[in-house]
Ligand binder design. Structure first.
Ligand code: S3P
Length: 457
């Protein structure tokens, strides 16, 4: 098991107008993939803007364990890859900490190598289902040698000695599952096909093409995507500038919308259309969000985002939008708590299997701080109160349980900035998995966030 430091209870308080221009760290999805594909490709990959959160650092360690050279020089990460098909067996267990994307994509990567790989992680990751990636990998020839019940970590697998290409229709809207199959396809002779009925983030497709993979995507009139990858081709090192993570930008964006008088700009944020569901939803709610200088950089859309405090109104969020904002529901629920009327979020079944059961964690956190909400099987309804009068509290009963989930911690700290009374989360340490700069960046804008006195680790 991985080592945990003591929990770090942290409180956010009603703050004066947030103001300033900031940059959020690099996109987590692109950062993981930069290290993986760079570690696999022949030659050198140079990456700037890499997210240096714990999750991504675990992926760097795993790629090193399998033969890649990964080092940081100045502000640049330089990766010397092994060449497609040439990963080495890791000498010991690969510890992915809290990182679902890291572990699931790496399982795919090694699923077509005749070698044993052992995966371990923290208490949150050890509860999460791995069957969703192991099922297709088994069809390609992977064997699971040992696992905790329900295909959970700790887990040891042996990739296929003679991997067989498959055609796999992804049964859940999951970019991790899609990506795991495609990555196993990289070392599989012939064409591996993934059929994706509901489009999810497409960084794997875009980046593999950039590294030289023979990959094509055909989208039918019904929107179903067929992604075909020819295995055993050459991948060549690339130069990558990772844009800011929209899933991290979500926190200062919502904070600026709900804290009176705020005017905040977040620079250089990834605007890939598979990631912009939150922005669209907040604009529908009446949020003053402007995209400034939209541009293309390194094959991705990026923009600066200016956000001003707004009177929000409740909306019904269409369930088909969920994949493009799947990580943003906790902070959307916080925005909804400050909106006039009801916000209905539906199609949320995947939230049950994130770093925590996010649907339950959000509902309990809202309730503990005085927000009127209803949790359904796969839905959440929030009845908002503009101004946040009566929200928040003090004492153990109102502290939000974060369940080792960085986004629960950040979402509720944002809530505290506009609630009448303080909002406390039981542990902000886990924020370092995706956004180590969160507290400093927010306080730099004027947010009042501090560790609970006497509870420092
Ligand atoms: C990710 C895919 C999503 C998302 C996660 C990152 C990725 O997970 O929640 O934070 O980089 O592929 P699912 O594939 O489980 O939806």
């Amino acid at each position: 098991m991985t080592h945990h430091t003591a929990p770090r209870p942290t409180t956010a308080r009603f703050s004066q107008a947030l103001r300033g221009a900031v940059k959020v760290p690099g996109d987590k999805s692109i950062s993981h993939r930069s290290l993986m594909f760079g570690g696999l490709a022949a030659g050198q990959t140079r990456v700037t803007g890499l997210l240096e959160g714990e999750d991504v650092i675990r992926t760097a360690a795993a790629m090193r364990a399998m033969g890649a050279l990964v080092e940081k020089t100045g502000s640049e990460w330089i990766i010397q890859g092994v060449g497609n098909g040439c990963l080495l067996e890791a000498a010991g267990p690969m510890d992915f900490g809290n990182a679902g994307t890291g572990v699931r994509l790496t399982m795919g990567l090694v699923g077509s190598y005749d070698m044993a790989s052992t995966f371990i992680g923290d208490a949150s990751l050890s509860k999460r289902p791995m069957g969703r990636v192991l099922d297709p990998l088994r069809q390609m020839g992977t064997q699971v040698l040992e696992a905790a019940s329900g295909d959970r970590l700790p887990l040891t697998m042996r990739g296929a000695a003679r991997p067989a290409p498959i055609t796999y229709r992804v049964p859940v809207a999951s970019a991790q599952v899609k990506s795991a199959v495609l990555l196993a396809g990289l070392n599989t002779p012939g064409i591996t096909t993934v059929i994706e009925p509901v489009m999810t983030r497409d960084h794997t497709e875009r980046m593999l093409k950039g590294f030289g993979a023979q990959l094509d995507v055909e989208t039918g009139p019904d929107g179903v995507r067929h992604i075909r990858l020819e295995g055993r081709g050459k991948l060549t090192g690339q130069t990558i500038a990772v844009p800011g993570d929209p899933s991290s930008a979500a926190f200062p964006i919502v904070a600026a919308l709900i804290v009176p008088g705020s005017d905040v700009t977040i620079e250089n944020v990834l605007m890939n259309p598979t990631r912009t569901g939150l922005i669209i939803t907040l604009q529908e709610m009446g949020g003053a969000i402007e995209l400034i200088n939209p541009r293309s950089a390194g094959g991705e859309d990026v923009a600066d985002i200016r956000v001003r405090h707004s009177d929000l109104k409740g909306v019904a969020v269409p369930p088909e939008r969920a994949p493009s904002m799947i990580d943003e529901y906790p902070v959307l629920a916080v925005a909804a708590a400050f909106a006039e009327g009801e916000t209905v979020m539906d199609g949320l079944e995947e939230l049950r299997v994130k770093e925590s059961d996010r649907l339950a964690a959000v509902a309990r956190g809202l309730e503990a701080n005085g927000v009127d909400c209803t949790e359904g099987e796969a839905s959440l309804t929030v009845r908002g109160r503009p101004g946040g009068k009566g929200y928040g509290g003090t004492g153990a009963a109102t502290a939000v349980e974060t369940h080792l989930d960085h986004r629960i911690a950040m979402a509720f700290l944002v809530m505290g900035l506009a609630a009448e009374k303080p909002v406390t989360v039981d542990d902000s340490g886990v924020i370092a998995t995706s956004f180590p700069e969160f507290q400093g960046l927010m306080t730099g804008l004027g947010a009042l966030i501090e560790a609970v006195e006497g509870a420092e680790a």
